[in-house]
Design a protein around this ligand. Structure first.
Ligand SMILES: Cc1cc2nc3c(=O)[nH]c(=O)nc-3n(C[C@H](O)[C@H](O)[C@H](O)COP(=O)(O)O)c2cc1C
Length: 210
């Protein structure tokens, strides 16, 4: 993705996330093609540079996340941000104590596809639409991050390992989700160190009905 496009898109997304009440583009920039480019160029990233994502940037991304549509505006999720390498390593060590096979993957560094930052997202088990809310939250986060040149990967496996590993229980407790909330998935974040090809999509799953 061209850097200039990324900067323009980031500026546009920031305007939107900062509560711009107008739906008019800020200028004569072709907003539609920028948003399309962001969506179509995003890929799941599983190799990251060590560079730290500034917390201010993370906060901007997370604000875009919680601006996503959500059922009855209940915002039926909780988010925990882990950007401490020591904590990521400790959680990893706990999980691989119970599931050593997880560390057998080539180039393994941590259970979050080696990312330097991870978001843990929990859903409210008492609201039947909460998992939809979490998905929409995550997509806003992922696209906002990508607009800033930050790669991501949705991770179901990491959440399963943390939930199921007895050794990781102290770390799950440390995330301190409210009663009735359960860790659903994680999102790895970091500056990409790979440029994967797009995986094919099944266009036949889309059908217009007359
Ligand atoms: C709910 C969900 C769970 C996922 N879990 C994992 C995972 O555990 N490990 C992983 O490497 N990728 C995971 N992914 C990423 C998918 O493999 C990826 O989105 C898919 O292969 C399409 O590739 P793309 O994102 O590059 O378009 C997950 C994605 C979603 C939406």
């Amino acid at each position: 993705m061209k850097k200039i496009l990324s900067m323009m898109a980031a500026a546009l997304m920031m305007t939107a996330c900062n509560g711009n009440k107008s739906h008019e583009p800020a200028s004569d920039i072709d907003t539609s093609s920028i948003v399309t480019d962001i969506m179509m160029s995003r890929r799941s990233i599983r190799a990251y540079k060590d560079s730290v994502i500034p917390r201010e940037t993370l906060n901007d991304i997370l604000k875009c996340g919680i601006n996503a549509p959500n059922g009855k505006n209940l915002q039926s999720y909780e988010i925990r941000v882990i950007d401490s390498p020591a904590l990521i390593d400790s959680i990893t060590a706990a999980v691989i104590k119970d599931y050593p096979e997880v560390a057998e993957r080539k180039g393994f560094k941590n259970i979050f596809v080696n990312a330097p930052c991870v978001l843990c997202i929990a859903f409210d088990k008492n609201y039947d639409m909460a998992q939809i809310d979490c998905g929409l939250l995550g997509e806003n986060i992922i696209l906002s991050a990508w607009a800033k040149g930050i790669g991501s990967c949705c991770l179901g496996s990491s959440a399963r390992w943390i939930n199921d590993s007895p050794s990781a229980k102290p770390y799950l407790d440390r995330l301190a989700f409210s009663d009735g909330y359960e860790l659903l998935y994680c999102i790895a974040l970091g500056y990409p160190d790979e440029t994967p090809e797009a995986k094919p999509r099944k266009e036949a799953i889309i059908r217009f009905v007359e």
